[in-house]
Design a protein around this ligand. Structure first.
Ligand code: GUN
Length: 281
């Protein structure tokens, strides 16, 4: 048996087509403001990809490129301005930020109604309470959609998350708990991760270590979701050892072409939802 390859590119394309149709019916274009501090190589590429994908569905982007040594006060003033600007529907601050900037204070300054990354404590708090936030983080939303394609009933499933980040692990754990999964969140200090993953129905790898999850880490017919994007010998690979596991797993996301395209599609969906929210549509 060979695992089903979960095609994130195709699903993301379908979502983008639906968004394009919706946007065509609006009286003006939704707008996403992106704050990019410094020149982190990966962030520059992610932001460029977001701009390009947004343009394709008819969403405008304003990218604010700030110097690496910008003061926190200046960033907060920019966010205040964007919060007040009725032409701006969504605001994201690309992470990571330089060490002198306080991520919590900066994210916390974004209006929860424009927080299309879903990182504001108001939105994460509602998610924690199993109530409906304005926005949920894009990568976890995309991962959940891909899991649903191969595993429509999630109640009672054992899920192991590798990585406990603000962007992926934590919100995804909450989303899956709200779907009645039994969720183990592992991180760099977790001992014997393998003991946990060997009992998992679903593993989500978001640790940023190339091909860390091996065949002997998984039980037969497990579903593997790979959030990793690593460069190894000039090639992109994930956190899952894809070639090693393809025979044993039930389904696996490829890298590239799995979770990555879904993250961008869900950010665009959040931006369209922000426009609708602000226009009472
Ligand atoms: N850095 C890596 N992924 C993300 C994301 O989804 N949003 C933001 N703001 N920064 C990121």
């Amino acid at each position: 048996m060979t695992a089903e390859i979960i095609d994130g590119r195709k699903t993301a394309q379908e979502i983008r087509s639906q968004l394009k149709q919706a946007v065509a019916g609006f009286s003006d274009s939704p707008k996403l403001a992106v704050v990019l501090v410094g020149r982190d190589e990966a962030s520059v590429i992610y932001v460029r990809n977001k701009e390009k994908a947004a343009a394709e569905v008819g969403i405008g982007t304003d990218v604010y490129r700030l110097a690496e040594d910008v003061s926190e006060k200046q960033v907060l003033q920019l966010i205040d301005r964007l919060n007040e600007d009725v032409a701006v529907n969504g605001i994201i601050v690309q992470l990571p930020l330089p060490a002198h900037l306080n991520v919590g204070r900066i994210i916390g300054r974004i209006s929860p109604l424009k927080d299309v990354d879903g990182f504001h404590p108001y939105n994460t708090g509602l998610l924690q309470n199993n109530e409906k936030p304005y926005f949920v983080a894009a990568t976890p939303l995309g991962v959940l959609k891909l899991i649903h394609q191969v595993c429509p009933v999630l109640s009672g499933k054992n899920v192991v998350l590798i990585g406990a980040s603000l962007i992926v692990g934590r919100p995804l754990a909450t989303l899956l708990l709200n779907q009645e999964c039994t969720v183990s969140i592992t991180h760099v200090h977790t001992q014997n991760i393998k003991n946990l993953t060997q009992n998992a129905d679903i593993i989500v790898a978001a640790c940023g270590v190339a091909r860390m999850v091996k065949k002997d880490w998984i039980k037969p017919e497990a579903v593997l979701i790979d959030v990793g994007i690593n460069r190894e010998n000039g090639r992109i690979c994930g956190d899952v050892d894809f070639d090693d596991e393809i025979e044993k797993a039930a389904a696996v996301t490829p890298v590239p072409g799995g979770v990555g395209p879904m993250t961008i599609a869900m950010l665009l969906k959040n931006t369209v939802d922000a426009y609708k929210l602000q226009h009472n549509i």
